[in-house]
Design a protein around this ligand. Sequence first.
Ligand SMILES: NC(=O)c1ccc[n+]([C@@H]2O[C@H](COP(=O)([O-])OP(=O)(O)OC[C@H]3O[C@@H](n4cnc5c(N)ncnc54)[C@H](OP(=O)(O)O)[C@@H]3O)[C@@H](O)[C@H]2O)c1
Length: 238
Amino acid sequence: MALQGKRVVLVGGTSGIGLATAQAFLDASAQVVIASRSGEKLAEAQRILSGEVTAATLDFRHEEPLAAFFQRVGPFDHLVVTAGDGVMGSISDVPVEQAKAAFDSKFWGQYLTVRAAVPHLRGGSSITLTTGVYGIRPPRGASTLAAINSAVEGLVRGLAVELAPIRVNAVSPGIVDTPIYGGMPAEQREGMFRNLADQLPVGHVATPHEIAQAYVYLAENAFTTGSVVLIDGGAHLV
Ligand SMILES: NC(=O)c1ccc[n+]([C@@H]2O[C@H](COP(=O)([O-])OP(=O)(O)OC[C@H]3O[C@@H](n4cnc5c(N)ncnc54)[C@H](OP(=O)(O)O)[C@@H]3O)[C@@H](O)[C@H]2O)c1
């Protein structure tokens, strides 16, 4: 019951991995604040989630709204960030502006969120960011994402030293069935998941719930810091 009554802020908690993680913290009797840009997604998440949850609109790419958000939230115990857009395509094909926009979201969004949150974190607190297996095992077309994920992992190691005794870790998922693939036609998406599942030692792509458990573990376990928990179904081995 280490999380009972603890206040958890989850930026990106309205969809996919973040939504499942919000429920996992609620199941551990924590109080959860979810934040993302879309009022619609926030309302739907609040409808789905069961437990003590509040919601706020936030774009984590901008310092001013972040400062105002954490001011409103006040003192809290654990920060989790699952928000972040990436980009796929080769270095010659992806327009530089798109590559920079992905950094602005997944790297700088997490960086700015931590910076704004730190003054409000209580003693015994933790920060858990999100990277991805492409940081260490990029397929073709994932060079920008590989760079972003590696940058986030470097940031985690640096911050674990710099912000101690606040603990700083990351979760690195492999392929997870979430709305991030919602832009693909259903048939193409299912085909992609089947192909990927066939290649994985575990034989299936992850559910968001399978990834969510790692965020709870990292918030609970007082001996973890500077760690990147890779949950990829063995993708880094094949
Ligand atoms: N799914 C995978 O296969 C996979 C694999 C490896 C790594 N990951 C990483 O895991 C993380 C979560 O992915 P997911 O699949 O759960 O994605 P998702 O279902 O698309 O959820 C992303 C969440 O982030 C929020 N968000 C996005 N941009 C934001 C912004 N600028 N400010 C505030 N909130 C923002 C979205 O809500 P709004 O739209 O309302 O802002 C949404 O709640 C990402 O970092 C992704 O790169 C995913």
